[in-house]
Design a binder for this molecule. Structure first.
Ligand code: SAM
Ligand code: DTB
Ligand code: SF4
Length: 334
């Protein structure tokens, strides 16, 4: 162990043993000690852990589609799709897409190299009348041989069971930030409601995808708190998307101060150390990241990206650009 890590261990971080198992009892001070490590020590540890559980040269590709855009009754301050921000963002709301259109788009995503298709809807929760359409989407995309993911807001037990029966592989439901900062970002729902849906999804046997956003004006304590919530769940989420805020003009966060890119890398590295076996996804925000920053995120333990030229309502790097970067770095898309 190097001297700085010894110092961190004395301070309570003990990063090496922590990395070996899947702990669910992380203390805030231990997480902050990881964040505080010299960057090279943190990256080294994260990469060491990464290599225990993952192929370091493989990156999983998930592609997004917005199956129902805008008009959302929630007031998430970062989101272009909240009805309350639409006057200033100018976003046009759409109805739920037809199944055939979604399956056709998934086919194109598969041909482009994506292995998982993530269907997102701007809802507080799905209406029962939409369930048949949603279930048909899951089946149609699954029949292509792709993994399926949906993000539809809060679910009832019955809706969760229906999605499971249709073969849904993953459900995305982000905690977004720390419990303490949550009220600064969203006032229309509680952190506990988020955790309740996550428990429902887990209990139904659907893989959990849950992460959050950094760069929303939160403190490092909040980034640590968000990771503490995720890692201290009874099971680590199988996927942990770490989004860099896309500051959409017209949203309340449009002018928020940009997060230092190294702090973003640190967040990825700490997530990797705390949840060794999870896919940590380098998510929104890549459009404004340099190749060097993205490479550093992969070194810090990111094992997955959102792929395809569109996220939900904002742009993402084009496939060619990502594939060229992978080639330069010797990474294998999967
Ligand atoms: N309405 C559902 C919900 O909130 O769970 C599903 C869709 S919502 C757009 C999915 C996630 O996208 C959010 O939880 C948030 O983490 C992420 N997101 C939305 N807008 C973003 C932005 N401007 N920058 C970064 N991430 C964003
Ligand atoms: C996640 O964590 N990030 C994705 C997905 N899950 C649904 C969404 C990112 C959205 C970025 C802003 C937009 O395009 O609207
Ligand atoms: Fe609605 Fe989801 Fe956007 Fe919040 S993040 S406003 S719940 S679409």
């Amino acid at each position: 162990m190097t001297a700085p890590l010894d110092a961190a261990a004395k301070a309570g971080a003990d990063p090496i043993p922590a990395a070996m198992g899947t702990r669910h009892d992380w203390q805030q001070s231990e997480i902050l000690d990881l964040f505080d490590l010299p960057l090279m020590d943190l990256l080294f540890e994260a990469q060491r852990v990464h290599r225990i559980a993952h192929d370091p040269n493989r990156v999983q590709l998930s592609q997004l589609i917005s199956i129902k855009t805008g008009g959302c009754a929630e007031d998430c301050a970062y989101c272009s799709q909240a009805a309350s921000h639409q006057k200033t963002t100018g976003l046009t709301a759409t109805k739920l897409m037809e199944v055939e259109r979604v399956v056709k788009a998934a086919e194109r995503a598969k041909a482009g190299g994506a292995s998982r298709y993530c269907m997102g809807a701007a809802w507080t929760s799905p209406k029962d009348r939409d369930m048949d359409t949603l279930l048909a989407m899951v089946k149609g995309v699954k029949d292509l041989g792709m993994e399926t993911c949906m993000t539809l807001g809060m679910l009832t037990d019955e809706q969760t069971a229906q999605l499971k029966d249709a073969g849904l592989d993953y459900y995305n439901h982000n905690v977004d930030t720390s419990e303490e900062y949550y009220g600064q970002i969203i006032t229309t729902r509680s952190y506990q409601e988020r955790l309740d849906t996550l428990a429902r999804v887990r209990d139904a046997g659907i893989n959990v995808c849950s992460g959050g956003i950094v760069g929303m004006g939160e403190a490092r304590e909040d980034r640590a708190g968000m990771l503490r919530t995720l890692a201290n769940l009874p099971h680590h989420p199988e996927s942990v998307p770490i989004n860099m805020l896309v500051a959409v003009p017209g949203t309340p966060l449009e002018n928020v101060e940009k997060l230092d890119p190294f702090e973003f890398v640190r967040t990825i590295a700490v997530a990797r150390i705390m949840m060794p076996f999870s896919e940590v996804r380098l998510s929104a925000g890549r459009q404004s990241m340099s190749e060097e920053l993205q490479a550093m995120c992969f070194f810090a333990g990111a094992s997955s990206i959102f792929y395809g030229e569109q996220l939900l309502t904002t742009p993402n790097p084009e496939n060619n650009k990502d594939l060229a970067l992978f080639k330069k770095l010797g990474l294998q898309p999967a």
